[in-house]
Design a protein around this ligand. Structure first.
Ligand code: IMP
Length: 207
């Protein structure tokens, strides 16, 4: 029987994305969990059709390999004028190699488009080695600029201005981004659920 994380307990962060690691560490510092890097544990290919499927694939693989609770984020950018693309395929958009190339590609596809609305989505899953899953989701609405601004963050941050803001996410600090972002909101929900100890597990009985 595996137990839910309590203060001081190790939780594996099932990602190799340094931008996500920074944001997850900053957001969860209040929980006193000992966040542990993935190390040499291989992550499975993201073959799921949804953020939930892909986050579960990553979190379960890490929990099974390490025998520890493991946390994974699957996220993406949904662009209204592109019918919601790149969405779950955001990390592999256009099969190009770098964040910069993906941003150039996105700007090219948005050329002459007047509708610049976009939404970031994050699904965070905490998986336990016994197969129990907790799922948290957050969204952030905004618009895409015609050129990049800012040096912070990662991915599409330099192009994205959240609704009600004048700066891009790449012009904000980690704490400023966390307070409003899709990932920050999903992690805040996780924090809230664990504020008074591990959340109660639901038992589903099948007859
Ligand atoms: P995945 O969750 O590993 O599939 O990767 C999600 C991809 O979506 C990232 O590689 C980025 O391209 C993009 N993305 C997700 N969240 C953010 C964010 O907070 N800022 C900028 N880009 C993001």
């Amino acid at each position: 029987m595996t137990s839910e994380p309590v203060a001081g307990q190790a939780v594996v962060v099932a990602t190799s994305n340094p931008g996500k690691i920074r944001e997850i560490e900053e957001a969860l510092s209040g929980l006193n969990w000992t966040l542990q890097a993935l190390g040499a544990v291989p992550l499975p290919p993201e073959t799921g059709a949804t953020y939930e499927d892909n986050a579960a694939l990553k979190a379960c693989a890490a929990a099974i390999a390490t025998h520890l609770p493991a946390l994974a984020d699957d996220s993406g950018l949904e662009v209204a004028a592109l019918g919601g693309e790149p969405g779950v395929y955001s990390a592999r958009y256009g099969n190009v190699g770098s964040d910069l190339e993906r941003n150039v590609l996105l700007l090219d596809r948005l050329k002459k488009k007047t509708d610049r609305r976009a939404t970031f989505v994050s699904v965070v899953i905490l998986a336990y080695p016994d197969g129990h899953l907790e799922t948290y989701r957050g969204e952030l609405h905004g618009t895409l600029l015609e050129g990049p601004r800012g040096e912070n963050g990662f991915g599409y941050d330099p192009l994205f201005v959240p609704d009600g803001e004048t700066r891009t996410l790449a012009e904000m600090t980690v704490a400023e981004k966390r307070a409003i972002s899709h990932r920050g909101l999903a992690l805040a929900a996780l924090m809230d659920a664990h504020r008074h100890g591990p959340p109660t597990r639901q038992t589903i009985s099948v007859e």
